[in-house]
Design a protein around this ligand. Structure first.
Ligand code: HEC
Ligand code: HEC
Length: 348
């Protein structure tokens, strides 16, 4: 069976009907309807997985550091009242997001933005929806010490960890004696996060050459994705993100995204980071502000072309998609859902 269970609130009956059609056609389609052999070869190359070591020289991978990072990531000892871990928001069960429109910190107050997935985060450039963090190491302490998130002062965290013999042991194993420092906490968390990679999906089997791995509707959707829809311009490569910032015509008012750091740039006003589309149907609601509840509504937004203004990317304009094209796009996005339960596995 090629389709993974879809959260019922996400896409509704229409998609289930499509999924049934797709499933029914998987084994009966000898050719690739909607894709010529040349197109398929070009797309297989465009989405090929590039096997590169994502670990920087000044924070190399070691299993000990990654294990320590995993332990920290899932441990509520990192929050003031010890009720909240990184994983409370970046929850592996919902593709490393929270499944709600805004992050809610330990205080119960909603954050300004939705929790982004951490899938394939190692390959991204600047982090955060607006790119405020230069790298993974620099993200770690912001949620810990922010009063609206985990609300734990640095000194209290260090004292708590030093008072726990099992943490003293694990830091020593990973980094040597007297190693419970802010820098090593950042390094361990970042090492673990670099190992959070989406699992193999039907689309990966198609990439590997199995023409029957995705159905006719998904193939037609892939064609819209990479042609008429122009999606591939930003959602590019194996992880379906260019790691860059664009205004797709969603945000309004003072929510200027990357533009808040570059006030004179017209193009960066209302620009947010392109999210990966891996496992995308399992992590509604969508966008940096969680403002779009369903995938179908996202497709409708692209079809309308978002808010027309000088900052909007030239790639975003009314698309005039038919109902079938929209359904096919969703069928394609479905094939990016991993078939395995998402788990964090070190690449090497
Ligand atoms: C209360 C929910 C919440 C908790 C707890 C939380 N985060 Fe986040 N995280 C967010 C939100 C919301 C953002 C987006 C912030 C932004 O863009 O400014 C984010 C962004 C990130 C990013 C950037 C991802 C990207 O794609 O750009 C990383 C990495 C990250 N968090 C790691 C962590 C780590 C490590 C911890 C634990 C120390 C943690 N988070 C705890 C909600 C949370
Ligand atoms: C100009 C670049 C660009 C193009 C073209 C583009 N996207 Fe996006 N996409 C983005 C950005 C940037 C966001 C995040 C915007 C935000 O959070 O406000 C996004 C968000 C999404 C999301 C929500 C993901 C999430 O985790 O919230 C989906 C789904 C999506 N795009 C699918 C598509 C499809 C399908 C197409 C083609 C019809 C497309 N995109 C075309 C840049 C682009």
């Amino acid at each position: 069976m090629m389709t993974r269970k879809v959260g019922s609130a996400l896409v509704g009956a229409a998609l289930i009907a499509i999924a049934a059609v797709v499933a029914g056609t998987v084994h009966s389609a000898p050719q690739e309807p909607g894709l010529t052999g040349v197109e398929a070869a070009r797309l297989r190359e465009a989405f090929r997985r590039v096997d590169e070591n994502p670990f920087p020289e000044d924070n190399p991978y070691s299993p000990q550091a990654s294990d320590l990072g995993a332990r920290l990531f899932f441990d509520p000892i990192l929050s003031g009242e010890q009720t909240m871990a990184c994983a409370s928001c970046h929850n592996p069960a919902t593709a490393w997001t929270e499944g709600r429109p805004r992050g809610i910190g330990e205080s119960g107050i909603a954050m300004k933005q939705r929790t982004p997935t951490l899938l394939n985060v190692a390959g991204l450039g600047p982090l955060g929806w607006d790119g405020k963090f230069p790298d993974l190491e620099s993200v770690s302490f912001t949620p810990i010490v922010s009063s609206g998130v985990m609300n734990l002062p640095e000194a209290v965290l260090i004292a708590r960890l030093r008072a726990d013999p099992s943490y003293v042991r694990d830091f020593t194993t990973a980094y040597g004696e007297n190693a419970i420092t802010r820098q090593n906490i950042e390094r361990a968390l970042a090492t673990y996060e670099r190992s959070i990679v989406s699992g193999a999906a039907p689309f990966d089997r198609w990439l590997a050459g199995d023409d029957t791995a995705i159905g006719a509707s998904a193939k037609a959707g892939l064609r819209v994705f990479s042609g008429k829809g122009g999606c591939i311009g930003c959602h590019s490569g194996w992880a379906f993100t260019d790691g860059s910032f664009h205004d797709i015509g969603v945000a309004t008012g003072a929510d200027t995204g990357r533009g808040s750091y570059f006030p004179t740039s017209v193009k960066l006003r209302y620009a947010f980071k392109t999210p990966t589309l891996r496992d995308v149907t399992t992590r509604a609601p969508y966008m940096h502000d969680g403002s779009i509840a369903t995938l179908r509504a996202v497709i409708d937004l692209y079809d309308r072309g978002g808010i027309d203004r000088p900052s909007r990317s030239p790639a975003i304009r009314p698309l005039n998609l038919s109902e079938t094209e929209k359904a096919n796009l969703i069928a394609f996005l479905e094939t990016l859902n991993s078939e395995t339960t998402p788990t964090a596995l070190p690449l090497r």
